[in-house]
Write a protein that binds this ligand. Structure first.
Ligand SMILES: [Zn+2]
Length: 294
């Protein structure tokens, strides 16, 4: 992509933008056709798309948080180095992409620890932020935030305050909040929701950006910013890659994974032109001193 000059949109609130750097075959929907034992034999595509996304962000002067899956980082240290050298924040997305409730407390701790050590070894910079696979921190994983504090994380962005068949906690704060754990406080940056008719509607990007009109995400960001809070978006490089191998044929999983892949880049471009965005770490540090504590 050719970098171009662009003016930064006006507006006082900087929203959070983040990418979970994993391969298309790590997505939960692809599990039935892409077991972990097969991953090393599969075509890897995320490096190319991740670099293209970094170029797209650079054209807008935007820095982001890139949560690297340990599996990806261990196989492509140069990619982590390049994204860090471009000025982006590096966070951890665990190692195996198993959900926190599948891992249980001990294996979750192992992954939080080893992925942090790996990423810090690659970049030489501390890793403070975490995102669990598939937003799997919530009522089923009461151990998770405490473990993250013990392992040296300062903030997390894994709670989706919505009702969903696989994840979510609709009772959780919709805005950044400091969570007290027995090990100490940690900032939680929940994914963006839009409050409609007394319900939290998911609007944080990802599948929702692919499947819904981009205007929904814009409305949600505007409403959140009008309340004085930043919205937090998540995206995956594979969501910008319509050329990925089609491993699923038909069914809900295929619909969830492949819908809208061709339109995502233009939608992101539109959001970058309309709103201010930045990495999640500074939002978390600001919240640490000013946010409500639960
Ligand atoms: Zn993921």
């Amino acid at each position: 992509m050719t970098p171009k000059t662009s003016t930064t949109p006006a507006g006082p609130i900087e929203n959070g933008i983040s990418f979970d750097v994993e391969e298309y075959f790590h997505a939960l929907n692809l599990r039935p056709v892409a077991p972990e034992a097969a991953w090393d034999g599969m075509q890897r595509r995320t490096a190319t798309t991740t670099r293209e996304l970094a170029d797209q962000l650079a054209a807008h002067g935007v820095k982001s948080t890139f949560f690297f899956l340990g599996w990806v980082a261990a196989r492509d240290r140069a990619l982590v180095k390049a994204i860090h050298a471009a000025g982006h924040e590096i966070g951890s997305h665990g190692v195996s992409h198993r959900m926190a409730d599948e891992l249980g407390a001990d294996a979750f701790r192992d992954e939080a620890r080893s992925s942090k050590a790996l990423l810090e070894d690659i970049t030489g910079a501390p890793v403070h932020g975490f995102r669990a696979s598939t937003f799997s921190i919530g009522p089923r994983t009461p151990f998770a935030l405490e473990v993250l504090v013990e392992e040296g994380y300062r903030w997390d962005s894994s709670v989706f305050p919505v009702r969903h068949d696989r994840y979510g906690d609709p009772t959780f704060s919709r805005v950044p909040v400091v969570v007290r754990t027995p090990a100490g406080p940690i900032v939680e940056l929940p994914l963006l929701t839009w409050r409609v008719l007394g319900q939290n509607v998911p609007a944080a990007g990802g599948g929702y950006l692919r499947l819904l009109p981009v205007a929904i995400v814009e409305k949600a960001l505007r409403a959140m910013n009008a309340d004085g809070a930043p919205g937090v978006l998540y995206l995956h490089p594979w969501e910008f890659d319509p050329g990925q191998p089609r491993l699923l044929r038909g069914g809900l999983g295929a619909w969830r994974h492949y819908s809208g892949l061709r339109g995502t880049r233009a939608k992101l471009e539109r959001l970058l032109g309309k709103f201010r965005f930045g990495p999640l770490g500074p939002i978390a540090e600001a919240a640490r001193t000013s946010a409500r504590m639960v």
